[in-house]
Design a protein around this ligand. Sequence first.
Ligand code: TYD
Length: 136
Amino acid sequence: MSDFGPLTVNFKTITDVRGDLTYLEGEKDIPFSIKRVYYIYNVPENSARGGHAHINLRQVMFAIVGSFTISLDAGEGPTEFILNNPEQGLLIESGVWRELGTFTPGTIAMVVASDYYSESDYVRSYTEFLKKYGSR
Ligand code: TYD
């Protein structure tokens, strides 16, 4: 199965002569209630992040500034996406392996998440991931 579910989440933007204002609301613009927000920045060139899946956590990820790549793998190999639009997020359901890279200088990756941080929700071994999700 390479079905990641509905992937793209469009945020609303209010534009006037003073600039753009984009917002997202839990349970309205994104399909869960937001319990945590984090952001990734100052990523050195050629650095890779991610390299894990989550058992229950759902996330929406987007580039608030700049651009980065994300490959998603629901158990049948990776599909790569480029995130470079602050008005559009990528919905990452639980049970999906993700790898982030190719951060352009100055990029800020924003993540809104359905739950608090919990290390026990991570699957950090790809072998373990395939055992758990490879045969869906
Ligand atoms: P991790 O999720 O592995 O980062 P990435 O997917 O970007 O490579 O998190 C890196 C470290 O930060 C790890 O030790 C867990 C910790 N962490 C928190 O303490 N709270 C958080 O909300 C997050 C996302 C990570």
